[in-house]
Design a binder for this molecule. Structure first.
Ligand code: CA
Length: 229
């Protein structure tokens, strides 16, 4: 049973109602808002697991509101799927640049929308009833504390598991060594930043046995990211 709550932000009543029906039939709970101001109230009061956000809204546009949320530490972890009537590549890039987790162009099939929502929730480890995060053929199971590729499991230390978990729940985003230390090791401990490099190197070495060392990428002058691209 899927009990994830999705906030739908769409000013066109017909589309909003259609989205509500599609999502509820798929087993999600829904919250509805017509524009960003009322969506903000729903967000504060009900902490949804994901936001389906229309790009074109009266007042604050969907893309501007998404940008604000992604800069706000209280909300930045909530995944956002942007909806738009426009399908230009430039918009897609802009949407993903401001931190949207995925992007879907109207008209879309209900099946596609549900698949995208489930994929994003699974990726961030929020899909109800699921303890797995899968990116490509790499699967991380938080309950079993295991990372697998195909049927084989990776021999990682608890620290490397936490590092991989953090990176896999934030794909394509770049983190500095300091950010990784804060997020994976915790703020209270003092550890040299080179420790991060050591663990990244070990992770890559393990991943290399599967030909997957390229997923943990170095961004010169800044830090590291997990990406399948
Ligand atoms: Ca609209």
């Amino acid at each position: 049973m899927n009990e994830n709550t999705i906030l739908i932000v769409e000013d066109e009543a017909a589309i909003r109602d259609m989205l509500k029906i599609i999502l509820e039939q798929a087993g999600f709970k829904t919250l509805l808002a017509e524009e960003a101001a009322s969506a903000q109230i729903q967000l504060t009061d009900h902490s949804p697991d994901l936001i389906v956000l229309d790009w074109m809204l009266p007042g604050i546009s969907g893309v501007d509101w998404a940008r604000r949320l992604k800069k706000d530490a209280s909300y930045s972890e909530i995944p956002i799927i942007l909806l738009t009537a426009r399908g230009e590549e430039e918009d897609k890039v802009r949407g993903l640049e401001i931190g949207a987790d995925d992007y879907i162009t109207k008209p879309f099939s209900p099946k596609e929308l549900i698949a995208r929502i489930r994929a994003v929730l699974r990726r961030v480890g929020k899909l109800s009833g699921s303890t797995q995060i899968s990116l490509g053929d790499i699967t991380l199971d938080t309950e079993q504390h295991r990372i697998t590729i195909g049927n084989r499991h990776l021999d990682v230390s608890p620290t490397e598991f936490r590092l991989m978990h953090f990176l896999m729940t934030h794909p394509d985003k770049v983190f500095s060594r300091t950010q990784l230390l804060d997020q994976v090791w915790g703020r209270s401990v003092y550890i040299d930043e080179r420790t991060v490099d050591v663990h990244i190197l070990r992770l890559r070495k393990i991943l290399a046995e599967f030909g997957k060392e390229d997923v943990v990428q170095t961004v010169r002058g800044f830090g590291y990211r997990f990406s399948l691209q």
